[in-house]
Design a protein around this ligand. Sequence first.
Ligand SMILES: C[C@H](N)C(=O)N[C@H](CCC(=O)O)C(=O)O
Ligand SMILES: [Mg+2]
Length: 370
Amino acid sequence: MKITQIKFGMLRVPLKTPFKTALRTVERVEDIVVMVHTDTGHVGYGEAPATAVITGDTHGSIIDAIHHYISPRLIDEDIANLNRITRLVQTSMEKNSSAKAAVEIAIYDLWAQLYDAPLYKMLGGGDPVVTTDITISVDTIDKMVADSISAVERGFDSLKIKVGKDIGVDIERTKAIYAAVENRALLRLDANQGWTAKQAVFAITALEDAGVRLELVEQPVKARDLEGMRYVTERVHTPIMADESVFGPMEVIKLINMRAADIINIKLMKTGGLSNAIRIADIAGMHQVDCMIGCMLESSISVAAAVHLAVAKADVITKVDLDGPSLCQGNPVEGGVIFNESEISITDAPGLGIRSIQGLEPILMGSAAA
Ligand SMILES: C[C@H](N)C(=O)N[C@H](CCC(=O)O)C(=O)O
Ligand SMILES: [Mg+2]
């Protein structure tokens, strides 16, 4: 099975409600879809969102990176040589993790199709069901409480509460939501870099003192402020999780050595795809550090790959934040992973199991010469 061509499409899916974090507000998923074609007629699917405020990637940079730097290296490569291909992808250029992720996801899809097995089985197997949390966007206190109650009524027993806008209101937001859903859902806070280290310690300590039990607090301070991450981790009881502070395996090693976080959030769009995500899970596992698997605003193509990884690495990936498809108004994918509110399950279809994608807008490219 040899790679013959890489094609692109644009996928637009409206969200049920606007997604609001300390970093941005988004009304719809708008992602680049990658289709890797082969001489056997098999097609592998990948997807990448333009999360410029986190990864630096835009739609234009994703297409350009794949078309000019990654694709020319992969034509005629044999899918059976997975490690060779992922190395070609990862060494094609610096950064551009979302572009690399989209291509790697499609390559792993094809690799599992080659052996006629679902991807999670090729990655080591496991129980093909995971439970995800759901994000509660940062908003007025009343709206966040109403959204949290509604999520619990839909069956979500874990809520990812977005904060990081205003430290005083963030404390009140969290107390109000905790009072409204106490004993019915675990609360995870995600400040998306919105606090200083001192503010984070103040807020988390105030919540601990008020009896608000939090499962974890994600990325309290700026991505590059590893000293700040360590400052917070050392001073509070609540586990601290690194998200924007860690992209690849080397950053994970540094963070673990510094003891700058208790938990690591793995996202394929930060790692550049599955090969580095697997490395991170293995490194974390060796150090008895738990991981979450997370996503950006992605639909059920790239999130499917994250689900397969979560199942195969369930011993280390103990927390799941793969709510992208649940936030969307519809699922454009036929086949693939089944997203049913908090429960996500994998079928026995080969690869990612994707048969077709509805509403894909073609993106036509000229020559791949750089
Ligand atoms: C969608 C997921 N639950 C989530 O919250 N991801 C964010 C970043 C998503 C984005 O801005 O596209 C996170 O964990 O920070
Ligand atoms: Mg986060």
